[in-house]
Design a binder for this molecule. Structure first.
Ligand code: UDP
Length: 332
């Protein structure tokens, strides 16, 4: 079967992508250093443990599997941490991606689907963000992803590397069959933190800022179901296989929800209350990030049909109740 190399395949989005790739007839080969991923999440194809910065290991894996394309998820992705430790983000995300792209090109693999982020847009006066909106990231994480996008353009011009860049908005939810799901240690993302607070695994959710210029004072984000998101990657691979060339797509729904609205939806789905406290703003957070996703709908025929708050939280709750990959919430 046709192999696709999935960097970060042991992580949250990568593991769901492996499931979707397998269902679409590919063999997903996971390449992951397990710094934030879980070997237990690698369920749908071979596992090659390795680091993006390890060129010799990458060469070996390309030689062994000869993938037709790479889907590149592996990255550090915490906004707050990126502000405190920017060097870690530039080394792992930017230098790591450069090492990967050079290994790909030397192996003759010239198609890549890359996980970028709406954090590359930055703060833009409450507008809906389109692919052609200026990229003015306000945190080191967003700047590291913008740099990788630039690098892809340069390798495209010099070596014919074809890339589909997806700028993700906020990914939530889990595999409805709960084979894989979101499991970070420590957890920093809103939906799993809300579910842990509901479940008594942590005392309370801290709401990061309630004085933003939004209707209820909390930040607004555009949440997309992880299964919808990974489906777009299959469409992206098809796009490249059909020779349609490099392209950039936002992946979001066009609807924004505040932190308090997500909390209310979780209360409705679970029938329980969310214990919370209002805290200070988190460094690097934008007030509002909402996607203009017409391009993905029009050109890729992408339909994010599972991306309602109720569906995302119901699927995340089902996964949460399995206990995830197994340790305590505050370990890690
Ligand atoms: N958030 C929050 N409390 C938390 C974690 C997140 O209030 O403990 C807020 C955060 O400020 C942002 C939204 O929830 O407005 C989504 O944050 P998350 O870290 O899930 O994703 P990000 O937007 O950073 O990619």
């Amino acid at each position: 079967m046709t192999k696709v190399l999935v960097t970060g395949g042991a992580g949250y989005i990568g593991s769901h992508a492996c499931k979707a790739l397998k269902a679409a007839g590919f063999t997903p080969v996971t390449y992951d250093n397990l710094s934030t991923g879980w070997e237990a999440a690698v369920k749908f194809g071979p596992f090659e443990k390795g680091d993006l910065l390890d060129r010799a290991r990458l060469d070996e894996v390309f030689a062994r599997h000869d993938p037709i394309a790479v889907v590149h998820f592996a990255a550090l992705s915490q906004v707050g941490e990126s502000m405190a430790l920017p060097g870690k983000y530039w080394r792992n995300n930017v230098a790591g991606s450069q090492t990967l792209f050079e290994a790909m090109l030397d192996a003759g693999c010239r198609q890549i689907v890359f996980s970028s982020t709406c954090a590359t847009y930055g703060e833009q006066d409450n507008v809906v963000l389109h692919e052609q909106s200026p990229q003015m990231p306000i945190n080191a994480y967003g700047r590291s992803k913008r740099a990788i996008e630039d690098m892809l353009m340069d390798f495209g011009a010099s070596d014919g590397l074809q890339s589909v860049i997806f700028r993700y908005f906020n990914v939530a939810g889990a595999d409805p069959e709960a084979e894989v799901g979101e499991f970070h240690r420590p957890e920093t993302h809103l939906v799993p933190l809300i579910l842990e607070a509901i479940d008594g695994q942590r005392n309370a959710l801290t709401v990061f800022g309630s004085d933003y210029d939004t209707p209820d004072g909390t930040c607004i984000r555009d949440y997309v179901h992880v299964m919808d998101l990974v489906e777009a990657h299959i469409l992206g691979l098809t796009w490249l296989a059909e020779g349609k060339g490099s392209a950039v797509f936002n992946l979001g729904t066009g609807s924004g929800f505040s932190v308090r609205e997500v909390m209310q939806a979780a209360e409705q789905v679970t029938g329980r209350t969310v214990p919370f406290v209002d805290g200070p703003r988190r460094a690097g957070d934008c007030t509002k990030l909402v996607s203009g996703s017409e391009r993905a709908t029009r050109d890729l025929h992408w339909r994010p049909e599972r991306s309602t708050l109720a569906q995302m939280i119901a699927d995340a709750w089902r996964w949460h109740q399995t206990g995830g990959y197994g340790d305590n919430p505050d370990d890690g």
